[in-house]
Design a protein around this ligand. Structure first.
Ligand code: JFZ
Length: 475
């Protein structure tokens, strides 16, 4: 009897403790809409695309990080603030905006050759300059010597190549007089409300002028002014989804009722995918990211999104390094946006053209390990990353580090058998995996020079009989 009483007492106390920890979810009007991944076809397409191209293009491409002969090492698209230029000085760059070499079809062809399946373009970056003739401001391409609607040309050209187009939009705006970093008084709030109306109008304009757009990528939403307007962020997401059926919106737009961003006060992801992986990736072993869709974005030099004249100021990623970033994302079911910053004249710098070609040449042969692929559910090994095609069930070994022994270790769940292992791109190159333990295999590579990641396609079956001569240790 005493024992039963003690048990009940412990039970009551622990229940109280659990409640006191505040596990009751907060009631939110502007929080996450769902706790599960979207299953519609638009989202499935976005997910299957895996490799995207980010394009940062605006007035900042003209000075390219250099002002009055002085080079500023910080991000080129921040030159206005690095060089402490007035808004009037910066904005007058629009009269020099005349990218005579701009050719949307050539851009789209280059991206197609790179193996890119979607592209995200800065419609308006922090500087406030618009690449389309917005009727809500004169600070647009229509009022430059160039005049042409750049977005229209890009949407048409990329869509024609089968590449989905998404719009990046910075809510932060250095040009608009009503932008506020914080709302400290009624005047600030009134001004910022006007700004939010302006931005919402522009977004509705983008969604209706370019109905082929597939999604919106928000940025510049970290300031207190936006955090205090979670309702607006929620309404914008709803509006865009109504105007563009299937539209996909990143988590960076949103703030909830309490100003919590990306994830609401109950931990739920706002927007359709986590977009906080910027110039970093989850640890290659961090499978917790599988719970939501996610996308990383990455620059080729360090932290240069817009065109910067001098790439000698930081490490510039090689084609192989970029490929490894792409595969690392895909191996954890993420997407990767690789950033390009075209020049002020509308052409791409040689380094970017080279990277695009290198990635494209590799993707042409090995793209089947990327598109439609995600987490394979297998233990990662030092040689690289597993991916798995969600449609065919094929598993890929994407090998970045060839060991001096030339033997690649594979640890598979017990009972799983490799029925075929073939080099992608050279199907005649078949490997005979050696079974070394009931759950371990080795694949022995040819002794040769490996200067590109190789991909081995595996067909795995659940057969349980082993054929090895090993004996398990009795301990
Ligand atoms: C922002 C922009 O300021 C930058 O110019 C570029 O457009 C990039 C894609 O986004 O920069 C950020 C945004 C978020 C973080 C860091 C830089 N962050 O979450 O660490």
């Amino acid at each position: 009897m005493k024992r039963i009483l003690i048990t009940i007492m412990i039970w009551v106390v622990s229940l109280q403790l659990i409640c006191a920890q505040g596990k009751t979810p907060k009631l939110l009007k502007y929080g996450a809409q769902t706790t599960v991944k979207r299953t519609d076809s638009a989202m499935a397409k976005w997910r299957a695309n895996r490799l995207g191209q980010f394009i940062h293009w605006g007035l900042y491409a003209i000075p390219g990080g250099v002002w009055k002969g002085k080079t500023y090492a910080y991000a080129a698209e921040f030159l206005k603030s690095s060089a402490r230029l007035s808004t009037a000085t910066w904005d007058s760059l629009m009269y020099a905006f005349n990218p005579v070499k701009f050719d949307a079809r050539a851009w789209a062809k280059m991206d197609k050759a790179m193996g890119v399946k979607y592209m995200t373009i800065t419609t308006k970056h922090h500087e406030g300059f618009c690449l389309w003739p917005s009727k809500y401001t004169d600070f647009t391409v229509a009022h430059t010597p160039f005049k042409r609607d750049i977005l229209q040309e890009l949407v048409e050209a990329y869509t024609a190549e089968g590449i989905d187009v998404n719009f990046y939009y910075s809510v932060l705006d250095w040009h608009h007089p009503d932008w506020r970093y914080d709302l400290k008084n009624a005047a600030d709030s009134a001004a910022f409300d006007r700004y939010l109306d302006f931005a919402k109008n522009q977004l509705a304009e983008l969604a209706t002028r370019y109905p082929k757009v597939k999604g919106f990528w928000f940025d510049g939403t970290w300031d207190l002014s936006v955090q205090k307007n979670g309702k607006w962020t929620y309404e914008v997401e709803m509006m865009l989804k109504q105007l563009v059926p299937g539209a996909i919106v990143n988590s960076r737009l949103r703030a909830d009722d309490f100003g919590k961003r990306h994830r609401d006060s109950n931990g739920g992801l706002m927007g359709d995918y986590e977009s906080g992986y910027e110039r970093r990736l989850p640890s290659p072993y961090d499978t917790s990211v599988l719970k939501t869709d996610w996308e990383a974005c990455m620059t080729i030099p360090e932290n240069q999104w817009g065109y910067h004249q001098d790439w000698s100021l930081s490490h510039v990623k090689s084609g192989n390094e970029i490929l490894e970033n792409i595969i690392r994302a895909v191996a954890l079911s993420g997407n990767m946006l690789v950033n390009f910053g075209p020049k002020g004249d509308g052409s791409f710098r040689t380094e970017e053209l080279q990277r695009a070609k290198e990635i494209g040449d590799w993707m042409k042969v090995n793209g089947e390990a990327v598109y439609h692929c995600g987490y394979a559910g297998l233990e990662r090994q030092d040689w690289g990353y597993f991916t798995k095609n969600e449609q065919t069930g094929k598993v890929y070994m994407v090998v970045f580090n060839v060991p001096v022994s030339l033997s690649l270790n594979l640890k598979l769940p017990r009972g799983m058998v490799i029925t075929s292992a073939a080099l992608v791109g050279e199907p005649t190159q078949q490997y005979q995996p050696e079974e070394v333990a009931p759950d371990q295999y080795m694949i022995h590579l040819e002794p040769k020079r490996y200067d590109k990641p190789i991909v081995i396609a595996l067909v795995l079956t659940g057969k349980s009989k082993t054929n090895g001569n090993y004996r398990e240790a009795k301990t």
